[in-house]
Ligand binder design. Structure first.
Ligand SMILES: Nc1ncnc2c1ncn2[C@@H]1O[C@H](COP(=O)(O)OP(=O)(O)O)[C@@H](O)[C@H]1O
Ligand SMILES: [Mg+2]
Length: 367
């Protein structure tokens, strides 16, 4: 801190006469403010720049003072990235009269630049630059929380609306069960009932984000679980013209999970893979490859497809509730999956190349 202060002072000595520093304590305050500040006069000449602004431009103050914008832009030490930025801000300020600029620097930090000019500035242009990364972070978290709260409310009402018809269907199937038994088709009734129960569970346990249920954990074999899920999706996959290849290896590897919840996650991902393959319209043979990799005390469940893949925008919003690129999508599958995996102490990793395919990697702790 002290050395920075001295450096600032020395720097100041280089730029203006020493008496001026001693006399002007306010200028000293400005010099060492944590926001960057610079002042151009009406001829476009830089008359003042504080330590922080010079640091942000990554240029020594001695090479800046007294120069006009063109000269500054021609400084070989100024990076191309910064040159472009300065030109943009200059144009927007002069031609579009913009007074606020939001910037992201090459290190991913957010900045707010404010330009003050006009009567109160006597022809001068004051530029001040503030680091707003922390505010941005808070803003984004609040936005995410808002969306999750909304998801909770909507899910609760959807859950309510869907549960009623499901209860009716369940009742009638039970009434039909003896007849199906006579026909030797009791199996159908059993499947319908389990599927209805699963649907009910999904609604209550997964969509109801407002009251996320704690996972009911049991230790199960990863491979056994994957086989079951693949069996459930095989017929749909055939219809959509894609093959599901499950690489059956380590039968003994176990995870402690809420079986219904994790099944739901894997189903979601396989369904998404099938959709991605369907949307390339038979351009190549669709393939969904599922395999597991044991790494330390974690198992990665990889679900790979050679479907449409994702662009940058989709990738960055993938887990947002209600984000969907499909006409009849809900955009809930991955948002809910994300929460489930998080609740299990795991994480989801995605790799995708537009036009080539996607890999989802679910990582869970092994027993
Ligand atoms: N395997 C995949 N390949 C390409 N895009 C995918 C894949 N999985 C998910 N996506 C993209 O992520 C979006 C969100 O997925 P999801 O949350 O499951 O909602 P939905 O399937 O209802 O759209 C999808 O609309 C799609 O654009
Ligand atoms: Mg989905």
């Amino acid at each position: 801190m002290i050395s920075e202060f001295q450096e600032a002072l020395l720097d100041t000595v280089g730029a203006c006469p020493p008496t001026q520093i001693a006399n002007n304590k306010y200028e000293n305050v400005l010099e060492n403010l944590d926001s960057g500040i610079m002042l151009f006069d009406s001829d476009g000449v830089l008359t003042f720049i504080n330590v922080q602004m010079a640091k942000l431009l990554e240029l020594p103050r001695s090479s800046l003072a007294g120069r006009n914008l063109m000269q500054i832009l021609h400084l070989p030490e100024l990076s191309r990235f910064k040159k472009k930025r300065i030109m943009r801000i200059y144009k927007e300020t002069i031609f579009h009269r913009k007074r606020y600029h939001e910037l992201i620097d090459e290190y991913g930090r957010h900045w707010l630049m404010t330009v003050t000019y006009g009567d109160q500035m006597d022809g001068d242009f004051l530029f001040s630059l503030k680091d707003v990364s922390d505010y941005k972070q808070i803003e984004q978290t609040a936005y995410q929380n808002d969306k999750l709260a909304m998801l909770g409310r909507i899910s609760a009402s959807i859950a309510h609306e869907i549960r009623n018809p499901l209860t009716a269907i369940r009742g009638f199937i039970q009434l039909l069960r003896p007849h199906l038994m006579e026909l030797g088709r009791d199996e159908y009734a059993r499947i319908i009932l389990t599927e209805i129960d699963r649907a009910n569970d999904i609604i209550y346990e997964f969509l109801n984000s407002s009251k996320p249920s704690a996972p009911q954990k049991t230790a199960v074999s990863v491979m056994g679980l994957l086989k079951e899920v693949v069996m459930l999706t095989e017929s749909e996959a055939l219809m959509k013209g894609c093959q599901i290849a499950l690489d059956e290896n380590d039968e003994l590897m176990k995870v402690s999970i809420d079986v219904k919840q994790i099944k739901q996650v894997i189903l979601n991902m396989i369904k998404n893979a099938m959709d991605a393959i369907e949307s390339i319209g038979g351009e190549r043979e669709g393939c969904i490859d599922i395999h597991t990799v044991l790494e330390g005390s974690y198992v990665h469940i990889c679900i790979e497809d050679n479907g449409l893949g994702m662009d940058h925008n989709t990738l960055s919003r993938l887990f947002d509730p209600f984000f969907t690129t499909k006409e009849s999508g809900t955009g809930l599958g991955l948002a809910v999956s994300y929460r489930i995996i998080k609740n299990h102490g795991g994480f989801i990793h995605v790799d995708s190349q537009h036009g080539m395919g996607t890999q989802f990697k679910i990582t869970l702790p092994v027993v």
